[in-house]
Design a protein around this ligand. Sequence first.
Ligand SMILES: N[C@@H](CCC(=O)N[C@@H](CS)C(=O)NCC(=O)O)C(=O)O
Length: 212
Amino acid sequence: MYTLHYYPGNASLLPHMVLRETGAPFTLALVDRQANAHKSAAYLTLNPNGLIPVLEIAGETPMFETAAIAIALAERHPEAGLVPPVGDPLRGQFLKWMLHLSNTPQATYVSWFYPFQFADDEAAQAAVKAKAAVRLDGMFDRIAAQLGDGPWLLGDRFSAADLFLFMLIRWGRSMPRPPRTVPALGALAERVLARPAVQATLAAEGLQAPFV
Ligand SMILES: N[C@@H](CCC(=O)N[C@@H](CS)C(=O)NCC(=O)O)C(=O)O
């Protein structure tokens, strides 16, 4: 029914974790980044932006955008409890976090991982990267302050937003101040890592510890 186009550790990790949390059957399609497969004509028919991930749903238009895919999957499998239903007061908070994580830290990571998209010379690229790290530090501090002891972003209720935050914490492993070193974020990452579906996802992608 579902085919997730992924690359280990990339943004596809979020929909991959969501899929395993739901227990729905799916197929993984590895995008060969080394061969630039995400810029191939075939892949561009799935996502004209040439970015990972894409979710194919049998008989439907392929989806791109990580957060949108995660929300759509969570809603198609309400029994997994990954999204508060329409009418639940927590639903707005859930959507707030999904959009915030998508358009603020996730978007800023582009400057950290791909500074060459923003400047041509090496010194300027180093400056772009340094600025991205400082901005991410501030974003993670503000998220941590709102998370507190949680245990989850929605308080007692686990949701796909926690999986999203985990992925973003993981991406900062090589930053001058890794997000895991912020106590509330490190604790959230450990709680997410304790979930069997998350462990299964990391294993399926061949990712090695330390995970965050
Ligand atoms: N806003 C997009 C961003 C996706 C994105 O940037 N994916 C990265 C991998 S984590 C990618 O495909 N990078 C390859 C490139 O920039 O060419 C989403 O959330 O789906």
